[in-house]
Design a protein. Structure first.
Length: 411
């Protein structure tokens, strides 16, 4: 009796093993969710953008029924605290504890730079909004993809527009004293001076500055002021600008006049000219759906923080479709991401260069009051703008990265 039971047990087990071996691997893999790690910041002066980042990726997943390429999608959120040490800790938790398949975020350049080497060592693909130039320039991270743009990517065309179409000859720049600010204004300065303009002064308030009076007192004797503030700082700066009675025209970077901030500005913002890789008034099916979803779910017109994360989701989805939903081969997955080319997105068509940075349209906007509300109205579109603008790539990369003192002011 015992011998017959042994043979039956053996036969059943052998049959089960044979059946399991015959199952296609993708069918087994699809039972495991795609785990997305979000690095964002929810406190401090950059929290305004960090919260919108989370809203953007959540809306994308909602629009996809929380499935990507046939696999369930699970979002794991890490709050960086807006500092490098916190970003490193949360990145370690997402990769080593939560075993995420890829990371979206973080927001700030200094956060991204703090984790770049660690992420590369663990071969974890990262789709970041952070604009740190050298991530896709002199020190490229092979596991990095950016669908938003470098710090200077929107500032190059803004400077071109200021010099050639607004006919400005001189400006003063003012933005926070950190990498994103340096790189924004370095890009503006290089193109503006190349077009015959002059940057008379560069002002660098600390990222936490309650009173801009000492800086506002220096804004005179030029054609315009270039603002590159981020997070909630643009609101403080513009209010104090108005309170000081200043009337010089304002040129603004992509986040200094972000669409999502407009409901909080007053008349001081009217007339400001900005440039961004995303604009809420873009008339495409994808952007209409995105804007309507953000208004319905969060009660606000979205800006580049939310759009950047929504589009990062689109890139990841397109890459997963290329790999059949697989994420285990990291090299294949990141190659698929960098090979993504999309036509209908919230920013219009875009693709990536060989270093993983986006090539897409840049929109010049004027802030106007329409039907009692402030809006950014697109007045010019620069097509297919890349991180090197119109410069030769080899020449560009042979120059120092844009910094606090580079390019230097001319006498």
């Amino acid at each position: 009796m015992s011998a017959r039971l042994g043979r039956r047990t053996f036969t059943k087990r052998a049959g089960a093993m044979a059946m399991a071996g015959a199952l296609p691997m993708p069918a087994i893999a699809e039972d495991k969710p795609v785990k997305i790690g979000l690095l964002t910041v929810k406190t401090g002066p950059l929290a305004q953008g960090g919260i919108q980042m989370e809203q953007g990726i959540n809306l994308f997943l909602k629009h996809r029924g929380k499935k990507l390429a046939g696999r369930k999608a699970e979002l794991v959120v890490g709050d960086t605290g807006g500092n490098p040490a916190g970003t490193k800790t949360k990145a370690q938790e997402l990769i080593e504890r939560d075993h995420v398949d890829f990371i979206v975020g973080p927001l700030a350049a200094f956060e991204l730079l703090a984790i770049s080497d660690y992420v590369a060592q663990h071969k974890c693909p990262i789709l970041s909004l952070a604009a740190a130039e050298d991530m896709t320039q002199r020190k490229p991270n092979p596991y990095f993809v950016r669908a938003s743009g470098t710090s200077a990517q929107a500032m190059h065309p803004l400077a071109d527009y200021a010099a050639k179409e607004l006919k400005y000859k001189s400006v003063i720049t003012v933005t926070e004293d950190f990498a994103f600010g340096y790189e924004q204004m370095g890009g503006f300065q290089r193109v503006f001076e190349g077009d015959g303009g002059k940057v008379a002064k560069k002002l660098w308030p600390p990222i936490v500055t309650p009173d801009y009076t000492p800086y506002l007192a220096q804004l005179s004797g030029v054609d315009a002021v270039v603002s590159g503030f981020a997070g909630s700082n643009p609101l403080k700066f513009m209010k104090q600008y108005k309170d000081q009675g200043l009337t010089l025209p304002i040129l603004a970077g992509s986040v200094a006049m972000d669409d999502a901030l407009l409901k909080s500005f007053g008349d001081e913002a009217v007339g400001a000219i900005s440039c961004s890789g995303y604009t809420a008034d873009l008339d495409t099916p994808s952007n209409k759906k995105f804007v309507e979803g953000m208004v319905a779910d969060y009660g606000n017109i979205p800006g580049i923080y939310a759009a950047g994360l929504y589009m990062s989701g689109m890139v990841a989805e397109a890459a997963l479709e290329k790999t059949g939903g697989k994420t285990d081969d990291k090299e294949a997955f990141i190659a698929a991401m960098r090979g993504v080319s999309l036509t209908d997105t919230p920013r219009g068509p875009f693709h990536f260069d060989h270093l993983g940075n986006v090539i897409g349209n840049a929109f010049i906007r004027r802030c106007e009051r329409k039907d009692g509300k402030l809006v950014n109205t697109t007045i010019k579109t620069y097509k297919d703008v890349g991180q090197f603008w119109t410069f030769d790539e080899k020449w560009f990369l042979a120059q120092p990265v844009y910094s606090r003192d580079y390019p230097p002011l001319k006498g």
